[in-house]
Design a protein around this ligand. Structure first.
Ligand SMILES: Nc1ncnc2c1ncn2[C@@H]1O[C@H](COP(=O)(O)OP(=O)(O)OP(=O)(O)O)[C@@H](O)[C@H]1O
Length: 324
């Protein structure tokens, strides 16, 4: 548990604190210098392009990988500690389950391996998808296997649930249902969820916290509403000299993205004062914000005070903090 104060106010327990975490594979660095804090009880979307380092970060948190550099703590403990392991569940992309086991045997194994196991919660998830309890895992469809993997993760009653693109092979109705189960569980038990996903619109309805990474580096982190309201989406007429250059009146603001299309110009900025000029100004939706950062890998990073690992110096240049 943390006990320090930071710019966000009185410290709340951290589910994850990462300080300068780096992971180098043979081919190069998959994560570099990642420092952030995920407060307990938040539902956090982990977003980034293919190969950004999302699975690597989740695997380090779940103690499946040791970082090459830096430290990461789960509820203040090393991921390899028994206590962190007991409090964390990881639903991996490949959903590793024993193909020869039946669904019932799989849940029994979950019960034997996990002291706080909740058989009813696990069975309910399996039953509500009409997955035959005596069928072998190898005979199930991809979506049915995902449901069993979800049941295993939920049955463990974790305090931190790590999900790696959990919904990619589920039909829209099942996605909706399992998301509902996830949110109800998180609300009832205060479970912290860290979930990687490429489905930006779905994240909008589910997440209240965000971590955005690209090329192994942290680009944006913090409370969703705080991050959204730190930005302004501007739409207006493109200057009629035909040049796609950024209008002079926007020069004093932090520019995340400037695009032109036909006679329209769109800019996503972090305003450093009032915006002048003929612009329609709106708070971006989460999807607009994420798309702008994903399209602009060179935009300066933004880490909100709440997402700063407490007491740690930050290596980011430029304006990297949302006003508290
Ligand atoms: N075991 C490994 N050995 C070598 N390189 C690896 C290994 N695992 C991942 N990488 C590389 O590390 C980088 C990050 O991979 P990672 O799987 O963490 O990305 P990701 O954000 O989860 O991607 P995706 O959205 O495609 O799932 C990639 O360049 C990948 O090729």
């Amino acid at each position: 548990m943390t006990s320090s104060m930071d710019a966000a106010g009185p410290a709340q327990e951290s589910a994850i604190e990462a300080y300068r975490v780096g992971m180098e594979y043979r081919r190069g660095w998959a994560l570099r210098d990642c420092s952030f804090r995920l407060p307990a009880g938040r539902i956090c979307g982990l977003v980034g392009p293919n190969g950004a380092g999302k699975t690597t970060l989740l695997a380090i948190t779940a103690n499946l990988l040791k970082p090459t550099d830096g430290t990461l703590k789960v509820f203040g403990m090393a991921p390899e500690s028994a206590e962190a392991g007991r409090r964390t569940a990881f639903l991996a992309q490949e959903k590793p389950l024993f193909r020869r086991f039946t669904v019932a045997e799989t849940l029994r194994l979950g019960r034997e391996l996990n002291p706080g196991w909740d058989q009813r919660a696990a069975e309910n998830i399996v039953r509500s998808g009409n997955v035959p309890i005596n069928a072998k895992i190898g005979t199930l469809s991809g979506g049915q296997r995902t449901r069993v993997a979800f049941a295993l993760a939920f049955g463990k009653r974790p305090d931190l649930l790590l999900l790696d693109e959990p919904m990619s092979d589920l039909d829209p109705l099942v996605r909706h249902e399992l998301m509902g189960t996830l949110l109800a569980e998180a609300a009832e038990r205060g479970t912290t969820v860290l979930m990687s996903s490429h489905m930006l619109t779905e994240l909008e309805n589910v997440c209240d916290f965000l971590l955005v990474i690209s090329s192994g580096g942290l680009r944006m982190a913090g409370d969703v509403d705080e991050l959204r309201s730190a930005h302004v989406l501007l739409q207006g007429a493109r200057s009629n000299d035909g040049e796609p250059r950024i209008p002079a009146e926007l020069a004093g603001h932090t520019m995340v993205e400037y695009r032109t299309s036909g006679r329209q110009a769109t800019a996503l900025i972090r305003p450093d004062g009032p915006v002048t000029g003929q612009w329609q100004a709106d708070t971006p939706t989460l999807e607009e914000l994420l798309l702008a950062y994903l399209r602009s890998p060179d935009a300066p990073p933004l880490i909100s005070p709440e997402a700063h690992a407490p007491g740690k110096p930050y290596g980011f240049g430029g304006s990297d903090a949302v006003a508290a």
